[in-house]
Design a protein around this ligand. Sequence first.
Ligand SMILES: [Zn+2]
Length: 140
Amino acid sequence: MDGREAVLAGKNSSAAADSAKAEKLRERLDRLLREAADVEVELSRADGTIKGVPHYSLIEGRAHELGKQLSREVQQRQMNELAASHATMAKCPQCGTRCALRPQNRTVKSVDGDTTLQELVGDCPRCRRSFFPDTRAAGL
Ligand SMILES: [Zn+2]
């Protein structure tokens, strides 16, 4: 095996490890979703929302609400990770002054309901205005 083959083999074993990790995460997510569904059914009986033989729309409505809640949680985590991985400084788009960025919560109307996301904002002392850094420039 020459050096190039060794590099390729290393990439393949890394890809295999990523694939194995993804498979484990998929299995874990499936398990957690089934558990969440079990808890939701139990909760709907315990809080009296679903009793006897309910209209199907009631069952569907509650299930959909749970899906929307999960969607909002995922959106928040994705945005928080983006904000955490982003550079802590950015140039003001107006004057080019390098400014420190601070995390700021913003309520967003997503298709799955209002959710609070974290994003970074810079305050330019020269322009006396706030700006959102261009995340594309940072490779995000
Ligand atoms: Zn500025």
